[in-house]
Design a protein around this ligand. Structure first.
Ligand code: ASP
Length: 316
Protein backbone atom coordinates (compact mmCIF):
# COMPACT_ATOMS: atom_id res chain seq x y z
CA UNK A 1 0.00 0.00 0.00
CA UNK A 2 1.38 3.41 -0.98
CA UNK A 3 0.53 6.79 0.50
CA UNK A 4 -3.27 6.96 0.72
CA UNK A 5 -3.72 9.15 3.81
CA UNK A 6 -5.73 12.35 3.90
CA UNK A 7 -3.18 14.14 6.08
CA UNK A 8 0.57 14.09 6.56
CA UNK A 9 0.90 14.54 10.31
CA UNK A 10 3.99 12.47 10.98
CA UNK A 11 6.26 9.67 9.79
CA UNK A 12 4.89 7.28 12.42
CA UNK A 13 1.81 6.12 10.45
CA UNK A 14 3.63 5.74 7.11
CA UNK A 15 4.62 2.38 5.66
CA UNK A 16 7.98 1.95 3.90
CA UNK A 17 6.01 1.73 0.62
CA UNK A 18 4.31 5.06 1.34
CA UNK A 19 7.67 6.68 2.13
CA UNK A 20 9.15 5.33 -1.11
CA UNK A 21 6.16 6.54 -3.12
CA UNK A 22 6.61 10.11 -1.84
CA UNK A 23 10.37 10.01 -2.51
CA UNK A 24 9.92 8.56 -6.01
CA UNK A 25 7.46 11.27 -6.97
CA UNK A 26 9.77 13.91 -5.43
CA UNK A 27 12.51 12.79 -7.85
CA UNK A 28 10.38 13.97 -10.76
CA UNK A 29 9.91 17.33 -9.03
CA UNK A 30 13.68 17.67 -8.57
CA UNK A 31 13.91 17.49 -12.37
CA UNK A 32 11.07 19.97 -12.86
CA UNK A 33 12.66 22.43 -10.41
CA UNK A 34 15.89 22.42 -12.40
CA UNK A 35 14.16 23.48 -15.61
CA UNK A 36 13.77 27.11 -16.63
CA UNK A 37 9.99 26.65 -16.63
CA UNK A 38 9.16 25.14 -13.24
CA UNK A 39 5.43 25.32 -13.54
CA UNK A 40 2.94 22.50 -13.23
CA UNK A 41 -0.79 22.73 -12.71
CA UNK A 42 -1.48 19.71 -10.53
CA UNK A 43 -2.83 21.95 -7.75
CA UNK A 44 -4.52 24.47 -10.09
CA UNK A 45 -7.72 25.78 -8.57
CA UNK A 46 -6.81 24.53 -5.10
CA UNK A 47 -6.18 26.80 -2.12
CA UNK A 48 -3.23 26.26 0.20
CA UNK A 49 -3.04 28.15 3.48
CA UNK A 50 0.23 28.27 5.43
CA UNK A 51 -0.29 28.82 9.16
CA UNK A 52 3.00 29.20 11.01
CA UNK A 53 2.52 29.77 14.73
CA UNK A 54 6.28 29.54 15.20
CA UNK A 55 8.99 31.44 13.35
CA UNK A 56 10.24 29.84 10.20
CA UNK A 57 12.22 31.04 7.24
CA UNK A 58 13.20 28.11 5.09
CA UNK A 59 10.27 25.80 5.76
CA UNK A 60 7.64 28.43 5.09
CA UNK A 61 9.43 29.64 1.95
CA UNK A 62 9.82 26.06 0.78
CA UNK A 63 6.10 25.27 1.21
CA UNK A 64 5.12 28.53 -0.46
CA UNK A 65 7.32 27.89 -3.45
CA UNK A 66 6.18 24.27 -3.66
CA UNK A 67 2.52 25.28 -3.75
CA UNK A 68 3.09 28.06 -6.29
CA UNK A 69 5.08 25.81 -8.61
CA UNK A 70 2.17 23.38 -8.58
CA UNK A 71 -0.27 26.14 -9.47
CA UNK A 72 -2.14 26.43 -6.14
CA UNK A 73 -3.46 29.70 -4.74
CA UNK A 74 -1.16 30.11 -1.73
CA UNK A 75 -1.91 32.30 1.25
CA UNK A 76 0.42 32.91 4.19
CA UNK A 77 -1.39 33.74 7.42
CA UNK A 78 0.62 36.02 9.70
CA UNK A 79 -0.18 34.00 12.81
CA UNK A 80 2.01 36.09 15.11
CA UNK A 81 -0.28 39.02 14.47
CA UNK A 82 -3.49 37.04 14.29
CA UNK A 83 -6.54 36.71 16.48
CA UNK A 84 -4.73 34.05 18.52
CA UNK A 85 -3.02 37.03 20.16
CA UNK A 86 -6.48 38.40 20.91
CA UNK A 87 -7.42 35.23 22.76
CA UNK A 88 -8.99 33.13 20.02
CA UNK A 89 -8.35 29.43 20.46
CA UNK A 90 -6.53 27.34 17.91
CA UNK A 91 -9.74 25.47 17.19
CA UNK A 92 -11.73 28.66 16.53
CA UNK A 93 -9.04 29.84 14.14
CA UNK A 94 -9.16 26.46 12.41
CA UNK A 95 -12.94 26.57 12.09
CA UNK A 96 -12.84 30.10 10.68
CA UNK A 97 -10.31 29.05 8.06
CA UNK A 98 -12.26 25.89 7.34
CA UNK A 99 -15.25 27.98 6.38
CA UNK A 100 -13.14 29.56 3.62
CA UNK A 101 -12.80 26.12 1.98
CA UNK A 102 -9.05 25.65 1.75
CA UNK A 103 -7.83 22.38 0.25
CA UNK A 104 -4.49 22.17 2.06
CA UNK A 105 -3.49 23.58 5.41
CA UNK A 106 0.22 23.65 6.21
CA UNK A 107 0.65 24.14 9.95
CA UNK A 108 3.58 24.70 12.28
CA UNK A 109 2.90 25.00 16.00
CA UNK A 110 5.09 25.15 19.13
CA UNK A 111 2.98 22.52 20.90
CA UNK A 112 3.35 18.80 20.22
CA UNK A 113 0.01 17.39 19.11
CA UNK A 114 -1.56 20.73 18.15
CA UNK A 115 -1.48 19.95 14.42
CA UNK A 116 -3.20 16.56 14.93
CA UNK A 117 -5.90 18.28 16.94
CA UNK A 118 -6.44 20.85 14.23
CA UNK A 119 -6.66 18.14 11.57
CA UNK A 120 -9.60 16.62 13.42
CA UNK A 121 -11.57 19.88 13.15
CA UNK A 122 -11.25 20.74 9.46
CA UNK A 123 -12.41 19.12 6.22
CA UNK A 124 -9.27 19.64 4.17
CA UNK A 125 -5.88 17.92 4.17
CA UNK A 126 -3.45 19.03 6.87
CA UNK A 127 0.31 18.90 6.57
CA UNK A 128 2.43 19.10 9.69
CA UNK A 129 5.30 21.56 9.19
CA UNK A 130 6.64 20.85 12.70
CA UNK A 131 4.80 20.54 16.03
CA UNK A 132 6.81 21.15 19.19
CA UNK A 133 9.31 18.38 19.70
CA UNK A 134 6.99 15.80 18.19
CA UNK A 135 7.35 15.46 14.39
CA UNK A 136 8.55 17.30 11.29
CA UNK A 137 7.67 14.77 8.58
CA UNK A 138 8.69 16.71 5.48
CA UNK A 139 12.12 17.34 7.01
CA UNK A 140 12.67 13.60 7.52
CA UNK A 141 11.45 12.91 3.98
CA UNK A 142 13.75 15.51 2.45
CA UNK A 143 16.63 14.14 4.50
CA UNK A 144 15.78 10.64 3.27
CA UNK A 145 15.75 11.80 -0.35
CA UNK A 146 19.09 13.57 0.13
CA UNK A 147 20.63 10.41 1.63
CA UNK A 148 19.14 8.15 -1.06
CA UNK A 149 20.54 10.31 -3.85
CA UNK A 150 23.98 10.68 -2.24
CA UNK A 151 24.39 7.06 -1.17
CA UNK A 152 22.34 5.32 -3.86
CA UNK A 153 20.15 3.60 -1.28
CA UNK A 154 18.16 4.23 1.88
CA UNK A 155 18.70 0.99 3.78
CA UNK A 156 21.54 -0.70 5.64
CA UNK A 157 23.38 2.56 6.19
CA UNK A 158 25.02 3.59 9.42
CA UNK A 159 23.67 7.00 10.35
CA UNK A 160 24.72 9.21 13.28
CA UNK A 161 22.33 11.85 14.60
CA UNK A 162 24.26 14.23 16.83
CA UNK A 163 23.53 16.88 19.42
CA UNK A 164 20.27 18.03 20.93
CA UNK A 165 18.17 14.92 20.32
CA UNK A 166 15.87 15.54 23.28
CA UNK A 167 14.28 18.73 21.95
CA UNK A 168 14.38 17.91 18.26
CA UNK A 169 11.35 16.96 16.16
CA UNK A 170 13.79 16.56 13.26
CA UNK A 171 15.63 13.83 15.18
CA UNK A 172 12.39 12.12 16.16
CA UNK A 173 10.95 12.00 12.62
CA UNK A 174 14.31 10.91 11.22
CA UNK A 175 14.75 8.13 13.78
CA UNK A 176 11.29 6.76 12.94
CA UNK A 177 11.85 6.96 9.18
CA UNK A 178 15.39 5.59 9.13
CA UNK A 179 14.37 2.73 11.41
CA UNK A 180 11.42 1.83 9.15
CA UNK A 181 13.86 1.69 6.22
CA UNK A 182 16.16 -0.64 8.18
CA UNK A 183 19.18 1.49 8.88
CA UNK A 184 21.53 1.41 11.83
CA UNK A 185 21.03 4.56 13.89
CA UNK A 186 23.49 6.00 16.38
CA UNK A 187 22.57 8.89 18.62
CA UNK A 188 25.46 10.98 19.92
CA UNK A 189 25.20 13.73 22.52
CA UNK A 190 25.46 14.59 26.19
CA UNK A 191 23.10 12.59 28.46
CA UNK A 192 21.24 15.83 29.30
CA UNK A 193 20.20 16.11 25.64
CA UNK A 194 19.08 12.48 25.20
CA UNK A 195 15.36 11.84 25.53
CA UNK A 196 14.32 9.40 28.23
CA UNK A 197 13.24 5.97 27.00
CA UNK A 198 15.45 6.24 23.94
CA UNK A 199 16.37 2.55 24.22
CA UNK A 200 12.88 1.69 22.93
CA UNK A 201 13.77 3.11 19.53
CA UNK A 202 16.48 0.51 19.07
CA UNK A 203 19.24 3.09 18.54
CA UNK A 204 22.79 2.88 19.81
CA UNK A 205 23.60 5.75 22.15
CA UNK A 206 27.05 7.37 22.50
CA UNK A 207 28.37 10.17 24.67
CA UNK A 208 31.60 10.46 22.76
CA UNK A 209 31.66 11.86 19.21
CA UNK A 210 34.77 10.02 18.02
CA UNK A 211 33.38 6.68 19.15
CA UNK A 212 29.91 7.30 17.83
CA UNK A 213 31.08 8.50 14.43
CA UNK A 214 33.27 5.46 13.82
CA UNK A 215 32.67 4.29 10.23
CA UNK A 216 29.28 5.92 9.77
CA UNK A 217 27.96 6.74 6.27
CA UNK A 218 25.95 9.79 7.30
CA UNK A 219 26.53 12.46 9.97
CA UNK A 220 23.43 14.46 10.79
CA UNK A 221 24.03 17.48 13.03
CA UNK A 222 21.29 19.22 15.02
CA UNK A 223 20.89 22.74 16.34
CA UNK A 224 20.78 23.34 20.09
CA UNK A 225 17.05 24.06 20.51
CA UNK A 226 17.47 26.78 23.12
CA UNK A 227 13.87 27.90 22.78
CA UNK A 228 12.74 24.52 24.12
CA UNK A 229 15.23 24.36 26.99
CA UNK A 230 14.12 25.50 30.41
CA UNK A 231 17.42 25.26 32.24
CA UNK A 232 21.11 24.56 31.95
CA UNK A 233 21.40 21.60 29.61
CA UNK A 234 24.97 22.38 28.56
CA UNK A 235 27.86 23.96 30.50
CA UNK A 236 28.72 26.56 27.81
CA UNK A 237 28.62 26.81 24.00
CA UNK A 238 32.41 26.75 23.94
CA UNK A 239 32.59 23.55 25.92
CA UNK A 240 29.78 22.08 23.82
CA UNK A 241 31.60 22.86 20.58
CA UNK A 242 34.76 21.33 21.96
CA UNK A 243 33.02 18.04 22.79
CA UNK A 244 30.20 17.83 20.26
CA UNK A 245 30.83 20.36 17.51
CA UNK A 246 31.59 18.66 14.20
CA UNK A 247 35.05 19.62 12.98
CA UNK A 248 37.55 18.00 10.60
CA UNK A 249 39.19 16.11 13.44
CA UNK A 250 36.03 14.41 14.67
CA UNK A 251 34.79 13.78 11.13
CA UNK A 252 37.85 11.67 10.45
CA UNK A 253 36.29 8.86 12.46
CA UNK A 254 33.46 8.56 9.91
CA UNK A 255 33.83 6.76 6.56
CA UNK A 256 35.91 8.61 4.02
CA UNK A 257 32.86 9.26 1.86
CA UNK A 258 30.50 10.09 4.73
CA UNK A 259 28.12 12.96 4.06
CA UNK A 260 27.37 15.79 6.50
CA UNK A 261 23.82 17.06 7.00
CA UNK A 262 22.13 19.83 8.99
CA UNK A 263 18.43 20.81 8.86
CA UNK A 264 19.14 24.51 9.49
CA UNK A 265 19.17 27.06 10.86
CA UNK A 266 22.81 26.33 11.55
CA UNK A 267 24.94 27.76 14.36
CA UNK A 268 28.47 27.78 13.04
CA UNK A 269 31.00 27.31 15.79
CA UNK A 270 28.39 25.79 18.12
CA UNK A 271 27.33 22.45 16.61
CA UNK A 272 29.35 22.59 13.38
CA UNK A 273 32.54 24.12 12.07
CA UNK A 274 31.87 26.58 9.23
CA UNK A 275 34.48 25.00 6.94
CA UNK A 276 32.85 21.57 7.22
CA UNK A 277 29.42 23.04 6.54
CA UNK A 278 30.77 24.68 3.37
CA UNK A 279 32.88 21.75 2.15
CA UNK A 280 31.18 20.74 -1.08
CA UNK A 281 32.86 17.33 -0.97
CA UNK A 282 31.27 16.42 2.37
CA UNK A 283 28.36 18.70 3.09
CA UNK A 284 24.95 18.11 1.47
CA UNK A 285 23.26 20.93 3.39
CA UNK A 286 22.32 22.86 0.23
CA UNK A 287 21.01 19.65 -1.35
CA UNK A 288 18.72 19.25 1.65
CA UNK A 289 17.22 22.67 0.92
CA UNK A 290 16.73 21.76 -2.75
CA UNK A 291 15.16 18.40 -1.87
CA UNK A 292 12.86 20.18 0.56
CA UNK A 293 10.94 21.95 -2.21
CA UNK A 294 10.64 18.75 -4.28
CA UNK A 295 9.48 16.61 -1.34
CA UNK A 296 6.87 19.19 -0.34
CA UNK A 297 5.59 19.32 -3.93
CA UNK A 298 5.31 15.52 -3.93
CA UNK A 299 3.56 15.42 -0.56
CA UNK A 300 1.02 18.08 -1.53
CA UNK A 301 0.43 16.49 -4.94
CA UNK A 302 -0.33 13.12 -3.30
CA UNK A 303 -2.49 14.66 -0.57
CA UNK A 304 -4.54 16.47 -3.22
CA UNK A 305 -5.01 13.21 -5.15
CA UNK A 306 -5.98 11.36 -1.97
CA UNK A 307 -8.42 14.12 -1.06
CA UNK A 308 -10.03 13.99 -4.49
CA UNK A 309 -10.25 10.20 -4.34
CA UNK A 310 -11.99 10.24 -0.97
CA UNK A 311 -14.37 13.01 -2.11
CA UNK A 312 -15.29 10.92 -5.17
CA UNK A 313 -15.91 7.90 -2.94
CA UNK A 314 -18.14 10.02 -0.73
CA UNK A 315 -20.27 10.99 -3.74
CA UNK A 316 -20.69 7.49 -5.11
N1 ASP B 1 14.21 23.84 11.20
C1 ASP B 1 14.14 22.66 12.02
C2 ASP B 1 12.86 22.65 12.83
O1 ASP B 1 11.99 23.43 12.58
C3 ASP B 1 15.34 22.46 12.86
C4 ASP B 1 15.66 23.54 13.84
O2 ASP B 1 14.89 24.49 14.02
O3 ASP B 1 16.72 23.42 14.45
O4 ASP B 1 12.70 21.82 13.71
Amino acid sequence: MGFTDKHLLGIEPLSPAAISEILDLAESYVDLNRRPNKHSDVLAGLTQINMFFENSTRTQASFELAGKRLGADVMNMAMQASSIKKGETLIDTALTLNAMHPDLLVVRHPQSGAVDLLAQKVNCSVLNAGDGRHEHPTQALLDALTIRRAKGRLHRLSIAICGDIAHSRVARSNIILLDKMENRIRLIGPPTLMPSGIAEFGCEVYEDMQQGLQDVDVVMMLRLQRERMDGGFIPSEREYYHRYGLDADKLQAAKEDAIVMHPGPMNRGVEIDGDIADDINRSVIQDQVEMGVAVRMAAMDLLARNGQASAAEGMS
